[in-house]
Write a protein that binds this ligand. Structure first.
Ligand SMILES: *Cc1c(COP(=O)(O)O)cnc(C)c1O
Length: 497
């Protein structure tokens, strides 16, 4: 071979900066803006709708000629104040984590490596393996358990239900599908919609998920569950999975996990737990004792981005039996074959444990959060949130015009404003309006849900910035808004003619 070092026909133009020093200054400006944003999370409005001018700039045509670094940094900075508000201490809607400034650094580090963590032998793979080992330890799963970092509990649930499905059908379902096997599963009416979605996505269909009624603590009714299983067996169907919830989305109820584990054993069912936020209660002295049943699950889905405050997004699927987990996903065509040495080593690869091949380095921010703060401190934040929810429950109970709608089981308090003599639909409309007013006035951001057919103001506290005074402000403002002309107008409009 002769040495042929060709000149490029045109000067080389890559996507790197022309001037690295200028880029460094621009990056520092962006980093400052990001840290300012986090530092200000306790101040100002909780939520502000994105202004029309910015919405308009986000309808610009696809640029043929790029706008350049300064322009793009300016536009990103302008966007920073317009989040959902979940970094603010008075964000109480749905179940959102509040994030940490430190995780900005982990995201920077991960992005600079630009790691593809589908497989191969490189640093990121070892970080994820460490996260998997830590998760096993957290939930007292055996050495033979496997896991994978995913976007969230919805994806983790799909993975777990797929493993359960295939394990029941000896993995023939991977090729032949599930038609005609009559697989059915069980969960409570309080379970998150991601369970039904997983049934849909793995080809079982949502009808195959039986929704078992909940008792008055909103935990699954065990007698109704047993009866449903017996009825399905009598009809020639094949029960294969029961899904318990550790921390329901409506009220934070914890299903009787040990009883579910016993039942799953007796009935030969896969026992999956949705522990999206509640499972991390194992970090808290206050909650831990109610979660001992988790260690008996066949699989667990949970989020790091909720009660561990990892910046969005990061969740985890933990599967008791690595062999079954891998058998449900492994598929290594020639171009992905394992090698003993070199960059194609590092086996088994994450691609063998989930549906994604290319995947980012989410594991780094999870690792960094656990490593920087440790489980004690992260657990204290969880304990504090539960104490705060209990405090709010007491305050609601002693405030005239407010009514608690469910016992405070964990970190969620559901209540409503009531006025004697008004019909249910009118009260529902008024409570909806109170929540919208709180959000639109930038005061606080609870959400609403339905409990026993009534609209509830739902205050979920998965927020390490929340203090008791934030809850005092919330209640004071609810009482004020309940008496405001806006709510009076809703009351008049909704009153039956
Ligand atoms: C949030 C939540 C989910 C869904 O998790 P994602 O991370 O949003 O996919 C499932 N179950 C429960 C109980 C939840 O709170």
């Amino acid at each position: 071979m002769t040495d042929t070092s060709h000149e490029e026909p045109t000067p080389q133009v890559s996507l790197d900066p022309d001037d690295w020093d200028a880029f460094r200054a621009q990056a520092q400006r962006m980093l400052d803006a990001a840290i300012d944003r986090m530092q200000a999370s306790r101040q100002g409005r909780v939520w502000t709708e994105l202004p029309a001018e910015i919405k308009d700039t986000l309808k610009a045509p696809l640029p043929r000629e790029g706008w350049g670094t300064d322009d793009v940094i300016g536009r990103m900075e302008a966007l920073l104040p317009y989040g959902a508000g979940n970094t603010n201490p008075r964000f109480f809607g749905w179940v959102h984590g509040s994030g940490t400034p430190s995780n900005i650094l982990a995201e920077m580090a991960a992005s600079s490596m630009n790691a593809n963590v589908g497989g191969r032998d490189h640093g990121a793979i070892y970080v994820e393996k460490q996260v998997i080992r830590w998760c096993r330890e957290l939930f007292a799963f055996p050495e033979t358990a496997s896991g994978i970092v995913v976007s969230g509990t919805s994806m983790a649930t799909i993975i777990a239900i797929k493993v359960a499905r295939d394990a029941r059908l000896d993995f023939a379902s991977r090729k032949a599908g599930v038609c005609g096997h009559g697989l059915v599963g069980y969960t409570s009416t309080e379970a998150h919609s991601c369970v039904a979605r997983a049934f849909d996505l793995v080809g079982l269909g949502t009808d195959a998920l039986r929704r078992i009624p909940a008792n008055d603590r909103l935990e699954i009714d065990m007698d109704a569950l047993k009866a449903a299983i017996a009825q399905d067996r009598a009809a020639g169907l094949t029960p294969f999975v029961v899904v318990g919830t550790a921390g329901t989305v409506n009220v934070g109820a914890i299903d009787p996990l040990d009883q579910l584990a016993d039942l799953a054993k007796d009935e030969n069912l896969w026992f999956h737990i949705d522990g999206a936020f509640g499972a991390l209660g194992v970090l808290s002295e206050r909650v831990r004792g109610r979660l001992t049943g988790i260690r008996r699950a066949d699989s667990l889905a949970f989020d790091f981005h909720k009660w561990m405050h990892v910046n969005y997004d990061a969740g985890f699927a933990l599967i008791r039996d690595e062999v079954l987990h891998r058998a449900a996903f492994t598929d290594r065509p020639d171009y992905l074959k394992a090698k003993d040495r070199g960059l194609a080593g590092g086996n088994p690869w994450p691609v063998e444990y989930g549906p994604e091949l290319s995947r980012g380095f989410r594991a780094l921010k999870v690792w960094a959060q656990l490593a920087e703060f440790g489980t004690d401190r992260l657990g204290q934040m969880i304990t504090r949130n539960c104490d705060q929810a209990a405090y709010l429950g007491e305050q609601v109970a002693s405030t005239p015009g407010l009514e608690l709608l469910a016992p405070v089981a964990l970190n969620i308090c559901c209540f409503r404003h009531v006025v004697d003599g008004l019909p249910g639909p009118v009260l529902d409309a008024m409570n909806d309006e109170i929540v919208i007013q709180l959000q639109e006035q930038g005061i606080a951001a609870p959400s609403t849900t339905q409990l026993h057919g009534r609209t509830a103001i739902r205050v979920n506290i998965t927020n390490h910035r929340t203090a008791r005074k934030d809850l005092d402000i919330l209640l004071r403002e609810i009482v004020r808004i309940a008496a405001s002309p806006e709510v009076a107008a809703v009351r008049e409009a909704a009153r039956p003619a």
